[in-house]
Every structure is written in structure tokens, then in C-alpha cells.
Design a protein around this ligand. Structure first.
Ligand code: SF4
Length: 359
């Protein structure tokens, strides 16, 4: 996959863009002033595989809480700020590793300069985050509503403000809840500026619509080589977003570690409960420690076609009547009674884990 060339952005120890692996990020939904709960959620996000976390900073209390949060967070913290330059300054002072703020919304030039000076001193990036739901009034009027051209125009306005001040350590997002709209906007901006792009579908909804919208929106752009960091948005627990984001990268071949489950759709040849077996294997895989290589596991319905259909799997089983096969890379390695299939597969998975584990 040919990836778009983008400029490099550093968020703490995490490097985004310039051909680096795609970074997965999320946002806490706790009250940022509740330091304990916010840190607890950040830890859960980190354990799920999140690499950068954003926290909302709506007031001074939240900005003050950042001191402890940033000091103890397992992930680089980005402060999400609207309008108030003082909150931005305090967030930087309190140790955040990036800002999400739109300079055009800060107000007077001197306030923008203060923010730029503060981030420059610490080498921090800014994300310009344009959202179809909060597009400037004049752009909504001139384009007859939120359009891709309007989103891009808004982003370019913010970009120019920063560039005119000599600042270009930035990345951009152009989110919309409409997938065709965000696709159009990201495709346009990708050809207009060199900056790293943060991909996301905003207000994507609860699990069903959120997963589909994010997979299609983010996945389509990534498949075209566009995008440097991604955020899957789901209404609910942000930790639930991370496996979805990792899976999007996995299925596009943009992640060379972790696990992948391959299971057949079943058909008239199936004589065992493959659905139940696949669920058990999925559960087993979800509990494995982080792997430094990719492990793919197949659960197939029949011994005639299964091993061949799942030839690319590292390890797998194929069910038959009363017995089944254990296979590795398409080669049969054992024929076992049905009840011994899963235990044998799990034992093999554990052997892979020993080899592939990061610890
Ligand atoms: Fe049908 Fe066998 Fe293919 Fe599963 S692996 S879909 S049971 S042919």
C-alpha cells in the first residue's frame, strides 16, 4: 500500500506521520476534574492498546487537574480545548503533550501568539480539528450547509493562521458523522497540505453503527494510503473503541502484531457447532497478552475444505462428525476427537504466545 507522504508529528514518545505505523488514539469520557477516574480510564485504554489519549478541558478545574493526570498517565495526553487561550496555556504548563485547538476560534492575534509560543517552547504539536457540526457560520451559508469544500476551507483558515506565525508542527482532522462527507473532505485536504491527518467519523453512534461507519470511513481512507492516526468513536466506554481500531488496521495489513480470527461462515457441510467454537476462540484471543508478531487462528467447519480455505492461518481447527483436524499453515498436524479439538488448539496458541509475547 502506497501511503501519502506526510510531515512527522511527535506527541510525547509517539511519532505520527512520515510513514510511521498508524497510531491509535481515543478520548476519555470522565470528568477531567475527577483525576482518579480519568487516570483509571487512561490505564484501561493503554491496556487495550491505545497509544495517545485526549482529555476534554472545558474549564480551569480541568486544566488544573492535568498536572496530576499528565504526571501519572501511561499515555501521552492531549488537551482538547475550545476558544480559551488561558486554558491552553495552563494545559501546556501542566504537562500535556499536545493541544487540540482551532486557532481561528481563539480570538485576537496576541492570544494565538501566546499559545504558539508556549507550544513551541516545549516542542508540542497542535491538532486542528474541524467538525461538520460546528463549521463556521459564514462557511455554512456560503456552501449551503456542511460540505467537504467547507470543511477543507475551514481547516485551511486555521492552518494559515499558524503558518503565518511560523508554526507548522500540526495535524488535521475533518470529521463528520456522514461517511461520504468525511471521505470527500479528507481526500481533498490530503492533496492540499503536507500535514499528518487524524482520521475519524464523529458522532458515529453506538456499537453497530459506530463500528460500520468507522470501519468504512477510516478503512476506506487508509486503504487509499491516507491517514496517520485514527480514532474510532463509539457512544459509551472509550476502551471499547480500541479493539475496533486495531482490527481496522489488522484487516488492512497495517498492523503486524496482535491476533486475527478467521472463521468460516458455515454451510451445509458443517457438522459441529462452529459458531460456539469460534466464540470460545475469540474469547481466548481477547485475553492474550500483547504479541509482538501477528497470530492468525482459524476455526473452520469441515475437514475437506477447512485447512485449505484457511491456508494463511498460523494455526487452526476444522470440525467433522465426531472428530476434527488440527492444522498449521494449511498442513494437517493431528486428527482428534471433537472434544479434544479446542484444548489442543488452545495449547498450541499458548505455545505461540510464549514465542510472540512482548514480556
Ligand atoms: Fe462450508 Fe467447510 Fe467452507 Fe466452512 S470450511 S464454509 S463448512 S466448506
Amino acid at each position: 500500500m502506497q501511503r501519502r507522504k506526510s510531515t512527522e508529528v511527535r506527541v510525547g514518545h509517539v511519532v505520527i506521520g512520515a510513514g510511521n505505523p498508524i497510531i491509535v488514539q481515543s478520548m476519555t469520557n470522565t470528568d477531567t476534574r475527577n483525576v482518579k477516574e480519568t487516570l483509571k480510564q487512561i490505564t484501561r485504554l493503554a491496556e487495550a492498546g491505545c497509544q495517545i489519549v485526549r482529555v476534554a478541558v472545558p474549564d480551569q478545574g480541568a486544566a488544573a487537574a492535568l498536572k496530576t493526570i499528565c504526571g501519572q498517565s501511561r499515555l501521552p495526553v492531549i488537551a482538547d480545548i475550545h476558544f480559551d487561550y488561558k486554558l491552553a496555556l495552563e494545559a501546556v504548563e501542566n504537562g500535556v503533550q499536545g493541544l487540540r485547538i482551532n486557532p481561528g476560534n481563539i480570538g485576537e492575534k496576541w492570544k494565538i501568539r501566546e499559545v504558539i509560543k508556549a507550544v513551541q517552547e516545549k516542542g508540542l504539536p497542535i491538532r486542528i480539528g474541524v467538525n461538520a457540526g460546528s463549521l463556521e457560520k459564514d462557511l455554512l451559508e456560503s456552501h449551503g450547509g456542511p460540505t467537504a469544500v467547507g470543511l477543507v476551507e475551514s481547516a485551511l483558515r486555521h492552518v494559515r493562521i499558524l503558518e503565518e506565525e511560523g508554526y507548522d508542527h500540526l495535524k488535521i482532522s475533518l470529521k463528520a458523522s456522514s461517511v461520504p462527507l468525511m471521505l470527500d473532505a479528507y481526500r481533498q485536504i490530503a492533496g492540499l497540505v503536507p500535514y499528518s491527518l487524524h482520521l475519524g467519523v464523529t458522532e458515529a453512534g453506538t456499537v453497530r453503527s459506530g463500528v460500520v461507519k468507522s470501519a468504512v470511513g477510516i478503512g476506506t481512507l487508509l486503504a487509499e494510503g491516507i491517514g496517520d492516526t485514527i480514532r474510532v468513536s463509539l457512544t459509551g466506554d472509550p476502551a471499547a473503541e480500541i479493539p475496533i481500531a486495531l482490527d481496522i488496521l489488522q484487516v488492512l495489513g497495517l498492523r503486524d502484531k496482535g491476533t486475527e480470527l478467521i472463521s468460516c461462515p458455515t454451510c451445509g457441510r458443517t457438522q459441529v457447532n462452529i459458531e460456539r467454537m469460534a466464540e470460545q476462540v475469540e474469547e481466548k484471543l481477547s485475553k492474550l497478552p500483547p504479541l509482538k508478531k501477528k497470530l492468525s487462528v482459524a476455526v473452520m467447519g469441515c475437514i475437506v475444505n477447512g485447512p485449505g480455505e484457511a491456508r494463511e492461518a498460523d494455526i487452526g481447527i476444522a470440525g467433522g462428525k465426531g472428530s476434527g483436524l488440527l492444522f498449521q499453515k494449511g498442513e494437517i498436524i493431528a486428527r482428534l476427537p471433537e472434544k479434544e479439538l479446542l484444548p489442543a488448539l488452545f495449547a498450541r496458541i499458548d505455545e505461540f504466545v510464549k514465542d510472540y509475547s512482548q514480556k
